[in-house]
Design a protein around this ligand. Structure first.
Ligand SMILES: Cc1cc2nc3c(=O)[nH]c(=O)nc-3n(C[C@H](O)[C@H](O)[C@H](O)COP(=O)(O)OP(=O)(O)OC[C@H]3O[C@@H](n4cnc5c(N)ncnc54)[C@H](O)[C@@H]3O)c2cc1C
Length: 393
């Protein structure tokens, strides 16, 4: 079968790309090894899909070339996506920090994209195992041949939208990254992002008793800081602020936790210096009791405040704002919402996502070395980069 465009991957990016290319009158074939399209969209945002954010900018992404995402993001904005939802009468609402979620199920978004693809005459082959991809030199320019268990296909454009490595249970594979390497295209190191951090073995002995406690805090490493809730689990730390930080963690350095951000702890402690109240009792008014007690036991000697010197209080306050924890690792790809690293953006056109070395070959979405923060930015990158390729492929 010969077609203008073959897209491998019927996830967020592949579907948006297929819709866009099909609307331009290109014949489009989408291949996916899963039985179902858009599986990650379906689980995203706890089933309600945080599909974009009202403020999307390059600052919300980690990428080898920080300006790389700008062109695609500026040509496909959050308003473009919400306009599509409006046309289909799909309700959505804003949660904190500009995050947009569906009013009901993420299924509405998958159905909308499928309908748009059907209108643009896009064909789908699901449950299709890809065996080999080759580049052929034809008289009218290069072509791609894709051999699969369901047949052999040829096209002038090939879009790889096979995503990252996270959540293998939903069909994630390293197909795209391996294919890139096979074509001599560089791939930056892959590691889990937006993932819980595990305690080291020694810390787990102490901190696992805090399991279930969630507090507003600020966490930082290597000059990057996030404020938000952190959650103690019996294996480590999770919660939005920790997930955000995990994408920036180098895998070995300690992270710093400010347990009482924006609170002048020293003034509060100093104001009670004449009191017989124990330090942990006072901290128990600012933090969950279990956390206050354990923190005092491990980080300073809790005694009545009238027995603490000014220096003792300064130290306690400093430690509360700069509690150092050295994680033992991350929870890995099984629990990561996203994959850090991917097809090196130096190999791609930022306008079209086409490979500089292999004309006609495109990489879009999470398979590229563009990683969004928590808050709808990863799906937005999938839409925007799929749109950029769909305009030209
Ligand atoms: C639990 C969870 C929750 C998330 N929540 C959010 C959220 O609320 N907001 C947000 O912005 N982001 C969220 N993300 C991240 C977001 O879902 C992804 O970044 C985004 O879906 C990536 O889109 P993609 O099209 O690049 O890849 P994917 O959506 O992963 O699509 C890749 C497609 O390629 C197919 N494929 C893979 N390998 C092969 C192969 N060898 N042969 C054929 N087909 C193949 C897969 O079956 C899949 O259909 C979440 C991720 C997870 C795991």
């Amino acid at each position: 079968m010969t077609t203008d465009v073959i897209i491998v991957g019927a996830g967020a990016s592949g579907l948006l790309c297929a819709m866009e290319a099909g609307r331009r009158g290109r014949s489009v074939l989408v291949l996916d090894h899963s039985m179902e399209i858009g599986r990650k969209i379906l689980v995203s945002g706890g089933g309600r899909c945080n599909f974009t954010n009202r403020s999307v900018s390059r600052d919300h992404y980690i990428c080898g070339i920080p300006d790389f995402p700008v062109s695609a993001l500026s040509r496909y904005t959050s308003e473009d996506f919400t306009a599509l939802l409006d046309q289909h009468g799909i309700g959505y609402h804003e949660k904190e920090a500009g995050q947009l979620f569906c009013d009901d199920s993420s299924r509405r978004i998958v159905d909308m994209l499928k309908l748009e693809c059907d209108r643009a005459s896009v064909r789908f082959l699901l449950d299709c195992k890809i065996l080999e991809v080759r580049r052929l030199d034809g008289v009218r320019g290069p072509r791609f041949s894709v051999a699969a268990d369901l047949g052999s296909f040829e096209s002038s454009s090939l879009v790889i939208a096979t995503g990252g490595l996270s959540w293998p249970g939903l069909g994630a594979t390293s197909f795209g990254q391996k294919l890139a390497r096979g074509f001599g295209i560089r791939v930056t190191p892959l590691r889990p992002g937006l993932t819980p951090l595990k305690f080291s073995r020694e810390d787990a002995e102490h901190y696992s008793q805090l399991s279930g406690i969630s507090v507003p805090a600020a966490v930082s490493c290597g000059g990057t800081r996030f404020e938000g809730f952190i959650l103690f689990t019996h294996r480590g730390l999770s919660g939005p602020a920790v997930l955000q930080l995990s994408s920036y963690w180098d895998g070995k350095s300690p992270i710093e936790v400010d347990l009482l951000p924006r609170i002048d702890v020293l003034s509060i402690l100093s104001s009670k210096r004449g009191s017989r109240m124990h330090l942990h009792t006072l901290l128990g008014r600012l933090l969950p009791d279990r956390l206050a007690k354990l923190w005092c036991r491990l980080s300073c000697h809790s005694r009545p405040l009238n027995q603490c010197s000014a220096r003792d209080l300064e130290e306690a306050s400093h430690r509360l704002h700069h509690w150092e924890i050295r994680p033992g690792g991350t929870e890995g790809f099984n629990k990561a919402e996203v994959t850090r690293g991917g097809v090196d953006t130096r190999e791609l056109s930022s306008r079209t996502m086409e490979c500089n070395k292999v004309p006609g070959l495109y990489f879009t979405g999470e398979v590229t070395d563009v990683t969004g923060q928590l808050g709808g930015y990863n799906l937005h990158w999938a839409w925007a980069s799929g749109h950029a390729a769909g305009e030209v492929a």
